[in-house]
Design a protein around this ligand. Structure first.
Ligand code: IMP
Ligand code: MG
Length: 174
């Protein structure tokens, strides 16, 4: 198993700050932004991103499962939902990776028609080449142009490597 750094922590932090500035500039109507962390993979991205969003931020957490080892099972399970109301708030779903797109499609449907002011998605990594269903993020930190399995910065391989301080590619063959 070989692990290679794609983006080190300073590159990741700089990019997350840029996303925070972009989100703050867009949501300047004084209404609260409910930032929803998709556990567990997004925890590190989430905690860093919310620090850069200006205005009234409310945090909440949602737990889904769809992944086993390195391939998606294709089925999304909602393990625990929101505690906060989304009514009259901007909802920002904060996710680690968009791969097949199923998780984001599921979440956009889940949040639709619940009277949020807006529903947007921020993701740390977009993998557009592995999409199986139509899904897109509004704010993307990094886009991968070649297939890779990523760990670090909250992302895991079988629950390992979430603590690595950077975005790394893991090669299981080597
Ligand atoms: P999707 O529903 O297929 O878009 O999958 C999204 C979820 O799969 C993400 O929230 C991740 O937890 C997981 N995932 C997809 N690709 C990777 C990867 O390269 N490394 C770690 N987790 C991944
Ligand atoms: Mg995940």
């Amino acid at each position: 198993m070989k692990i290679k750094t794609l983006y080190d922590s300073s590159e990741v932090s700089a990019r997350i700050k840029e996303l925070g500035d972009k989100i703050s500039a867009k949501h300047n109507d004084g209404k609260p932004i409910l930032c929803v962390c998709v556990l567990r993979g997004a925890f590190m991205f989430f905690s860093e991103l919310v620090k850069h969003i200006k205005g009234e931020v409310i945090v909440d957490f949602i737990t889904l499962s769809s992944y086993e080892a390195t391939s998606s099972t294709g089925k999304i399970n909602l393990i625990s939902g929101l505690r906060e109301s989304i009514e009259d708030r901007h909802v920002l779903i904060i996710e680690d990776i968009i791969d097949s797109g199923r998780t984001i499609k599921f979440l956009r449907e889940y949040f639709a028609d619940k009277n949020a002011l807006s529903v947007e998605v921020a993701c740390l990594i977009d993998k557009p080449m592995t999409r199986q269903v139509e899904a897109a993020a509004d704010y993307i930190a990094f886009t991968l142009t070649t297939p890779a399995f990523i760990v670090g910065y909250g992302l895991d391989y079988d629950q390992r490597f979430r603590n690595l301080d950077g975005i790394m590619e893991i090669d299981l063959e080597q």
